[in-house]
Design a protein around this ligand. Structure first.
Ligand code: ATP
Ligand code: MG
Length: 390
């Protein structure tokens, strides 16, 4: 269906997926007076537990999709691995943003890289590997590299680092010989990302570029303040993100991740057709968060330019923090909350597994230096490895 004229507060907004991103979308929608509906198979899902309606069911089951389309006036998604076919089925009845085609491209590294190239945005040198012939034809210049499954990877899962041809052959076998991309290992100076929101009328607004630090393939720290990235790289990242969204005819919130190389050049890594972990800081340090932007794009509301009102650092809170001693224990939130400028977000997950995203902490303050000092103090209290800042 065509995008809605405008869905005013009082309407019901639906979301495919019940994880933390869905939960923060639901919070933003409810704050603005919308009703919400979540489709997720897990009865205890973080978003399902706070939504007005929670449909427990598989994403492709026709009866659940029909029910969601009946309850919700428009539908969005909180993760890219929702079957594009489900979004297309919903779109027969209701406005859906982002559209199934954009999500299908973001699900598949091969299609994603082709899209980036079409938009004139440089990717890492890479090769597509789908057959033994492709494997044999890989250029030596791509090694050492990282072999990534084309689909279903996240938080560094579905990736193996390879230094030699033998290791590459072994790695492709280990990944189950599914379609993959081999990327040259690049010398990174920094990583960054940009969150853009695009309305059905083509208007775009964006959050300031974010500097990201990953550990073991998982986002650990995001820093956002003036000077955190070289100006030229930051400007190029924004322009590239806009070109990528434009090229998709995108409606909704899109995040694009980039590598800043040691020679200062910028290379795109991947995109997420939804709000992103690296944009969570906007809940506490911006007047319009990435989740409110998702609500606005879905409801067809005007997109105001977000203004960052405080320097910010976000620390991810992984399940590891609950496992510091011999028995699982809750981190010391009392000491954290005694510090100034702490904004604690927990997603309501009960099982604190190693590497699982349980929550995040946004740190704000009057200056970048003050925020960095506070964030390092929080790392010390929580037992998070201190980060090396810009
Ligand atoms: P996400 O959870 O963001 O979806 P993912 O599992 O899709 O992660 P990538 O973003 O592809 O994984 O890679 C994870 C991290 O590994 C990157 O943020 C970066 O730190 C490192 N990395 C990935 N590709 C390269 C590369 N070609 N050269 C150097 N480092 C890389
Ligand atoms: Mg990534």
């Amino acid at each position: 269906m065509n995008p809605p004229a405008i869905l005013l507060p009082g309407a019901t907004l639906g979301v495919m997926g019940g994880g933390q991103l869905g939960r923060m979308f639901v919070h933003a929608a409810q704050r603005m007076g919308y009703f919400t509906a979540v489709l997720d198979p897990d009865a205890q899902s973080p978003a399902g537990r706070v939504s007005h309606h929670h449909l427990h069911g598989e994403y492709l089951e026709t009866r659940h999709l029909a029910e969601l389309a009946r309850i919700a006036d428009a539908i969005t998604t909180e993760f890219e691995n929702v079957p594009a076919a489900a979004l297309e089925q919903l779109a027969v009845h209701r406005p859906v943003a982002p559209g199934g085609e954009a999500v299908a491209i973001a699900q598949d590294r091969i299609r994603e890289k082709a899209h980036f190239t079409r938009c004139g945005v440089a990717c890492a040198p890479h090769a597509v590997i789908e057959t033994d012939e492709h494997l044999a034809l890989v250029a030596d210049s791509l090694l050492p590299g990282i072999l990534k499954t084309a689909r279903l990877g996240y938080d560094g899962k579905g990736q193996l680092r390879v230094a030699t041809r033998e290791a590459l052959v072994q790695a492709w076998n280990d990944l189950g010989r599914v379609p993959c991309v081999l990327e040259q290992m690049l010398p990174l100076a920094a990583e960054c990302s940009v969150v853009v929101a695009r309305g059905a009328d083509g208007r775009m607004v964006h959050l300031p570029p974010q500097r990201n630090l990953h550990r073991d393939g998982i986002l650990a720290v995001t820093e956002v303040f003036d000077g955190v990235l070289p100006d030229a790289a930051a400007a190029q990242a924004v322009a590239s993100t806009q070109a990528i969204a434009e090229g998709l005819g995108y409606v909704g919130v899109l995040c694009v991740e980039f590598f800043v190389l040691q020679d200062g050049s910028l290379v795109v890594n991947e995109m997420a057709p939804r709000p992103h972990n690296s944009g969570h800081w906007s809940l506490d340090a911006c007047d319009v968060s990435q989740f409110e932007l998702q609500v606005r794009t879905l409801a067809g509301l005007p997109l105001a330019v977000p203004r960052q009102h405080s320097p910010a650092i976000m620390l991810n809170l992984l399940g590891d923090l609950w496992r510091g001693g011999s028995t699982p224990a809750e981190p010391d939130w009392t000491s954290i909350l005694a510090l100034p400028g702490m904004h604690l977000h927990l997603y309501g997950k009960t099982d604190a597994r190693v590497g699982r995203k349980m929550g995040h902490l946004t740190v704000t303050g009057p200056t970048a230096a003050a925020v960095r000092e506070r964030a390092l103090k929080a790392c010390e209290v929580l037992g998070i490895q201190p980060f090396v800042s810009a």
